[in-house]
Design a protein around this ligand. Structure first.
Ligand code: FAD
Ligand code: FES
Length: 300
């Protein structure tokens, strides 16, 4: 963390919405904290300049605007049970994500959302939903960010008698593994956590290989498991197929898919995948029926 929040500026107050909010109008947030996770991945914590904090479900995303640069879809990486500011974890790949990663405490960022579907993980206050099935969470690289809130909820529920949680993380190399502290915490709280890298480096004594190589030796019960997968699309395809081959029902495998998002509201069509608009029908969809066909067709 790099310090405390700066006081609200007159600019922020002038930009803050006064009446009912239009869905295309960002709510101005102030950067409350910045945390550099890896050389190109940064977590920014945001507080609204005025008004209440946004509520969301794990897996949903916001459109974040770097004023004067543009807007990008970024998943919420906090958990609803976190009392603190809204977190987003961003990889610097282009102009908008670069500006977001470069932001400092006190800077202003626009937030529209939350949008889209979620991981369907029951949260606090939904304790009546008893689900003792195993959950297999598979993340590739920064794909752990949209899953982080879901894993927090699942691990908390495991401590309260819920199903077992298996977390498999793959990264290109050790320096690209994100959320070390969370991985340790989840492990200490009873989750099975395994990390693998495509290429080791001096000092790395962990697993080397694709994330799919971790699945077959694991103890989860495929007949009663559900799975959550997020990462590069090729990794999603191979992982979902491997899980189906192991006996996990395709309809119980949820995947998060990325497309170019512009409006986030089902208006512009930029995020289309076959009959789906992924800002509205996704990003989290079941790997069954049309979705698995469309993902396979993209491969041909
Ligand atoms: C629902 C959803 C949730 C998302 N959640 C996150 C998140 O939590 N964190 C995050 O960092 N990003 C996330 N993304 C991706 C993010 O929206 C894009 O990386 C961002 O819009 C790129 O904008 P830019 O202006 O920085 O770069 P652009 O100029 O738009 O892109 C720069 C270059 O990077 C490539 N690129 C674009 N996206 C990616 C990507 N995801 N990975 C690698 N290369 C890419 C482009 O093809 C282009 O070559 C999400 C996308 C969607 C649709
Ligand atoms: S982003 Fe405009 S329709 Fe989905």
């Amino acid at each position: 963390m790099t310090g405390d929040a700066a006081p609200a500026t007159s600019v922020a107050l002038a930009m803050a919405p006064r009446g009912p909010r239009h869905a295309m109008t960002p709510v101005v947030h102030r950067v409350f904290a910045v945390r550099h996770e890896t050389i190109d991945v940064t977590t920014i914590s945001l507080e609204p300049v005025t008004g209440p904090r946004l509520t969301f479900r794990p897996g949903q995303f916001n459109m974040l605007s770097a004023f004067g640069v543009g807007e990008s879809a970024i998943s919420v990486s906090s958990a609803p049970r976190d009392a603190g500011p809204l977190r987003h974890t961003v990889r610097d790949v282009g102009p908008v994500t670069h500006a977001l990663c470069e932001s400092s405490v006190g800077d202003l960022i626009g937030v529209r959302g939350p949008f889209g579907s979620d991981w369907q993980v029951p949260g606090r206050g939904e304790r009546d939903v008893v689900d003792a099935s195993d959950t297999v969470v598979v993340a590739g690289g920064i794909g752990l960010a949209p899953l982080r809130g879901a894993v927090d909820e699942l691990v908390a529920r495991y401590g309260e008698g819920g199903g077992r949680v298996f977390v498999f993380v793959g990264a290109r190399e050790p320096s690209q593994v994100v959320f070390h502290r969370d991985l340790e915490l989840w492990k200490r709280s009873g989750a099975r956590v395994e990390v693998t890298v495509d290429r080791g480096s001096p000092g790395w004594s962990g697993h080397v290989g694709l994330v799919t190589s971790l699945l077959s030796s694991s103890e989860f019960d495929p007949s009663n498991a559900k799975a959550l997968i997020c990462g590069p699309e090729i990794m999603i395809r191979f992982t979902a197929r491997a899980l189906v081959d192991q006996g996990v029902a395709a309809g119980r495998i949820l995947v998060s898919l990325e497309r170019n998002m512009q409006c986030g509201l089902g208006w512009c069509g930029h995020c289309q995948l076959g009959p789906f608009l992924l800002c509205r029908d996704g990003p989290v969809v079941a790997y069954a029926g049309m979705v698995s066909v469309l993902l396979t067709e993209r491969e041909r």
